[in-house]
Design a protein around this ligand. Structure first.
Ligand SMILES: [Zn+2]
Length: 314
């Protein structure tokens, strides 16, 4: 059963961009080396290369994921075996890190319109399944590159479970590490017919967005929502409700989306964090055009979905 069939909530049924759509991760087969090798060395394997956090994409009429075959891996010097991602439509998907090679990697780029591109530039116009696969490949590769050495004793680690854990080679230490994500809360704060949008210095020109911040040790997600909003705009919240979440492997976050009601309108923006923060009505936000002085977040972001859902409730 898919999650969408399980929840029964219409707002939960459509998934956020970069979330798993149709892929079967087959986590229970990761330790079955013979089964994994059979999948890898078959004509139905598709291998996604990642080069320095960029994804191989065909840039013809539309942006589509470009794959390597297991034969094409033979000529490459790989640092680790391909990571098993899962199965989709009768194909088995793997990814490999090619960051140690210098571009151009002629085998992948000659003759056709293939190029290594930052997924953030094109993910929003790709098919959801392909955007998910490239996000997954990029995210897990990022984790591997930063966990070559054990964080406990400093010795080398080895890859296990078809790329889904690393174990310290020091037998006395034997620490196992699993791919990790950094949880961040993102919240649409409303009061009556208004929501809070804020602008930080790092945002693209004119963009205003809902408030967000990283979870800290010892906090619940709801604690994090309340703390971040109070720190950033000085507002207390009530009715804090979870909405949905989004993998955001740029480089390694999980965005956990909430909606909450403010108990007042009195904003005190934190000048270190924000350039501005204001209340906006539905009418103001619906009137935004590409020429307006305010722009909403990109369409593939959970921030935009939280805003669009609220606007649609008018
Ligand atoms: Zn160790």
């Amino acid at each position: 059963m898919r999650l969408s069939e399980f929840t029964g909530d219409s707002l939960m049924n459509s998934k956020n961009f970069y979330a798993t759509v149709s892929l079967d991760r087959q986590a229970n087969r990761r330790s079955d080396t013979a089964w994994i090798n059979g999948k890898l060395n078959s004509q139905k394997s598709r291998i996604l290369p990642v080069w320095r956090d960029q994804s191989l994409v065909s840039t013809g009429k539309s942006f589509t994921a470009a794959y390597l075959t297991h034969e094409s891996l033979q000529s490459l010097e790989l640092k680790d075996k391909p990571i098993f991602l899962g199965s989709l439509n009768d194909y088995s998907y793997f990814c490999v890190d090619l960051s140690h090679l210098d571009l151009p990697i002629e085998e992948f780029q000659s003759g056709i319109d293939n190029d290594f591109i930052d997924l953030r530039q094109i993910g929003g116009v790709m098919s959801p399944d392909e955007a998910n696969l490239l996000a997954y490949a990029r995210g897990i590769n990022y984790w591997h590159k930063r966990n070559v050495y054990c964080g406990v004793c400093g010795k080398l680690t080895i890859v296990e479970e078809s790329g889904h854990q690393r174990r310290c080679k020091n037998k006395k230490c034997n620490t196992i590490q699993f791919p990790r994500t950094d949880s961040a809360c993102i919240v649409l704060v409303h009061n009556g017919d208004k929501i809070i949008l804020a602008r930080a210095d790092r945002f693209p020109p004119k963009m205003q967005s809902v408030l967000a911040g990283f979870l800290e040790p010892g906090e619940s997600l709801e604690d994090c929502v309340a703390r971040e909003v109070f720190e950033e705009v000085g507002i207390h919240l009530t009715d804090i409700h979870y909405r949905h979440s989004q993998p955001w492997p740029f480089p390694s976050s999980l965005m956990v989306g909430f909606r909450a009601r403010a108990v007042s309108f009195d904003l005190r923006p934190d000048e270190k964090e924000l350039v501005s923060a204001d209340w906006f009505t539905r009418r103001e936000l619906k009137a935004i055009t590409p020429e307006s002085d305010i722009q909403l977040p990109r369409k593939d972001s959970i921030a935009r979905r939280l805003i669009d859902e609220w606007l649609e409730e008018d």
